[in-house]
Design a protein around this ligand. Sequence first.
Ligand SMILES: Cc1cc2nc3c(=O)[nH]c(=O)nc-3n(C[C@H](O)[C@H](O)[C@H](O)COP(=O)(O)OP(=O)(O)OC[C@H]3O[C@@H](n4cnc5c(N)ncnc54)[C@H](O)[C@@H]3O)c2cc1C
Length: 422
Amino acid sequence: MADKTRKAIIIGAGPAGLAAALRLQQQTNITSTVYELRNQPTTLGGAIGIQPNGMRLLHRLGVYDELCAHGFGGQNLTIHSLRGHVVGSTDFVGWAREKTGFGYLRIKRVDIVSVLKKKVEETGIKIHFGKKLVQIEEQKDGVKVFFEDGSVDSADLLLACDGIHSFVRSSFVQPGYQPEYSGVSGLGALVSRDVLPDEAIEQMNGLEGTFTEEGMLAVNPCTPNRDEIFMFFSKWLELPETGDSRDGWEVHRKEEVDGFKDQLLGMLGDGKGQWADALRTLVRNTSSVNFYPVYRLPLGGRWSRGRVVLIGDAAHAMSPHAGQGVSMAMEDVFLLSRLLEDPNRPIEEVFQKYDSIRRPRVDEIFTLAAENAQMRKKASPTGLWLKETKFSVMLNLSWALGLDKRGMGQGHLVYDIDEVEL
Ligand SMILES: Cc1cc2nc3c(=O)[nH]c(=O)nc-3n(C[C@H](O)[C@H](O)[C@H](O)COP(=O)(O)OP(=O)(O)OC[C@H]3O[C@@H](n4cnc5c(N)ncnc54)[C@H](O)[C@@H]3O)c2cc1C
């Protein structure tokens, strides 16, 4: 048994599934086959920011240089005021970058998935696209899966990397355990740099946020030479009047997408200064946006059953406001792979340790993301002023007392899952 090659089926070719296939190949005697619902990598999510704790693991996977060649590495967080000044600016991962050697990268979602996919295919691991999982069956010492097209496969293990609406979770691991609406919704668009004057583009050195009374409007270049800018607006939005139904959200989506220009331009109002002018130009020249209500999985769900384990968003989808979704998936993958390295370790023990080690870390980051989402709450003019003042005081105090140099607020970015004792 100890020397026998083991086989894993991975459901989902998002960041978690592709990284899992690679890491298992690097570290264990497990060979994987990946099954993906869609016919090609998805563009959902526009561009995402990956933090030092995730970048370090992506480096160990061997895809770091390729990712950096596609994304934008500006490390500054700058908050602008519509009253025409900069509220504050900080190298928001500076301390963590010094400690880990890795910084922050904003990259189009399609690019991170494509880079990982290329590496997986170069490694000889097979990815089957257009495969919809419809049934899972437990077998003695294994698991069997059935796809909509009639094909079947079986393996020693099943890694469910099928995202927040995981079929594996809802049909097998914990039926009835559902994602919940977080209260925050977003509009996002990728915009070409051509729509803005060069001075405005040169000003974008990372995540550029602007507080408004309605929520936060942010822009971040997402290609190395700032050819494309990711613009995203997040705000608190009530559930549709008809409840949390597909039709209800479709009404909301249509209203938000059709009315996005009026909404954003109205919100920018007569905001002063070059920055407000640049934002208005950006909005006017944006032809379409995506609308996404943000869902998350309540904490405390089950993560495994028998020979099936949930990874990434399938286990613990959280609000994107800590920028940690991909990094959390990487940490899952690296821990699980380490636990599976010894072929004699019983699978129940592997999943139990995976759960007990990951649970506190996931809870911490989930809570941080939920707190960050509060910054998107609506504010009166006075509330907006208070929010900006609080941010400005925080940054100045942090700089004056040297707290930024001592890593205030960055402790979670230097966490190394490979250093955790098993
Ligand atoms: C708007 C938005 C902004 C975000 N911003 C950030 C950010 O800045 N930084 C960050 O780190 N994270 C961010 N995230 C979160 C991040 O995108 C996720 O945490 C990450 O994609 C999780 O990866 P995953 O592989 O677990 O799931 P997913 O990326 O959802 O991948 C799941 C895959 O499984 C496939 N699949 C689903 N069902 C089946 C099935 N039945 N059979 C076969 N395949 C199936 C799907 O097609 C998909 O390809 C953001 C998310 C959103 C929505």
